[in-house]
Design a protein around this ligand. Structure first.
Ligand SMILES: *Cc1c(COP(=O)(O)O)cnc(C)c1O
Length: 379
């Protein structure tokens, strides 16, 4: 169905940059350098400047970024087969796939109903002698970071890994483990995804690892390049997970616009939250600061058990929506048998959440009109 208000129009997202993107693509075409090189290095230094993380490694995608961090820790002997990683129950399945792929055990912890992120009050109960890390996920763009998480990590000597696929540009209200407060430099290492739908999207798959740990950085760089530390010298059983310079070139065009784009998302979010008023809809918690949520998604809850109707009635009115996510990772067939504690909030969210259009292509006026449509829906 052709929507008056599409959920996401990637053409509209990239069209404002079309001329610059074409120029950057031409630069790559004429450079003769199609793996690694200047474009990748330029993006890495831009990301380092933006986040405050001293080491950045451009990689193939967000899942690979997470895998490489964890496999890097395994290669360095910081973690070993069977060790546990605490991860939010309410996340995209990729967070858990990376943990499993590194031979580690995901331990999902329930969400806070307000933030929809990991409930940091429940984290300490999930720590066992096998726990080696906490993976914090800035889900829907809301920065998942507080003193409780930092304190537990310090007391138990746990690594903190950020899944920053959805939180690029976010700023925490509390300082990170190394002082810096931008997402991507709050913990020991962070994974970025530049999948086209993310806040900063490439025109294909792309990702990056950010870290404060020089040894981990060197290990990740080697693992991503056949496990070699120098040409034809392989210290690890590695992979090919390098960042495509064409995508790096696209990203050097888009990255400088991150803060402005995120501010635009915030305006749309505020418009929804001010205007949507129904007893059976709970709008997402507004932020303490403008930057502690980059609004990757605007996720509300339909609490009357009629989500499917809500979505189809919106579609009839030309409003595209999506669900992030209808099935939490621990309910996926691939994780059948995964031991976990009760995750009632995660399961409630899976039944109630609906994402509204928030990206470029949806104007503030559109958001106001969509809000009115929602207020008038008869369910
Ligand atoms: C998108 C996403 C990933 C995976 O990133 P890809 O680049 O698609 O591999 C991981 N975690 C979260 C939370 C994501 O949203």
């Amino acid at each position: 169905m052709k929507m008056k208000y599409p959920f996401l129009d990637l053409g509209a997202v990239n069209t404002p940059y079309a001329d610059e993107l074409v120029k950057a693509a031409e630069r790559v075409v004429r450079s003769g350098r199609y793996v690694g090189g200047e474009e990748v290095e330029r993006l890495e230094s831009m990301l380092s400047g933006m986040t405050g993380a001293p080491y950045i490694i451009g990689v193939s995608n967000g899942l690979d970024a997470l895998r490489l961090i964890l496999k890097g820790y395994v290669a360095l002997g910081v973690m070993k087969n069977g060790d546990e990683v605490i991860v939010p129950g309410n996340t995209y399945v990729a967070s858990l796939l990376a943990i499993t792929d590194a031979g580690l055990k995901p331990v999902p912890v329930d969400a806070d109903i307000q933030t929809m992120n990991i409930d940091s009050q429940l984290v300490e109960k999930a720590v066992t002698p096998k726990t080696k890390a906490i993976m914090t996920v800035h889900l829907y763009g809301r920065v998942a970071w507080d003193n409780t998480l930092a304190d537990i990590a310090k007391r138990y000597g746990l690594k903190v890994i950020e899944d920053n696929a959805q939180g690029i540009g976010g700023i925490a209200t509390t300082a990170g483990l190394y002082g810096s407060r931008r997402t991507g430099s709050l913990g020991d290492a962070a994974a970025f995804s530049f999948y086209p739908t993310k806040n900063v999207g490439a025109l294909g798959d792309a990702g990056a690892v950010a870290t404060h740990d020089k040894e981990l950085a060197m290990t990740v760089r080697a693992l991503a390049n056949y496990g070699s530390d120098r040409r034809y010298h392989n210290i690890y059983l590695g992979y090919n997970c390098r960042l495509d310079p064409m995508q790096a070139a696209m990203l050097t065009v888009k990255l400088p616009h991150t803060d402005r784009e995120n501010a635009d998302r915030f305006e749309r979010a505020v418009t929804y939250s001010r205007n949507i008023q129904r007893p059976d809809v709970v709008t997402p918690m507004m932020s303490e600061t403008v930057t502690d949520n980059v609004w990757h998604q605007y996720v509300l809850r339909v609490t009357n058990g009629k989500r499917a109707e809500f979505i189809s009635r919106l579609a009839e009115n030309g409003v595209g929506t999506d669900i992030h996510y209808a099935t939490p990772p621990h309910r996926q067939p691939c994780y059948a048998g995964l031991p976990h504690s009760a995750l009632p909030v995660t399961e409630l969210l899976a039944d109630e959440v609906v994402s509204l259009p928030i990206a470029t292509g949806t104007s503030v006026k559109d958001a106001a009109e969509i809000s009115e449509i929602i207020n008038r829906l008869e369910l």
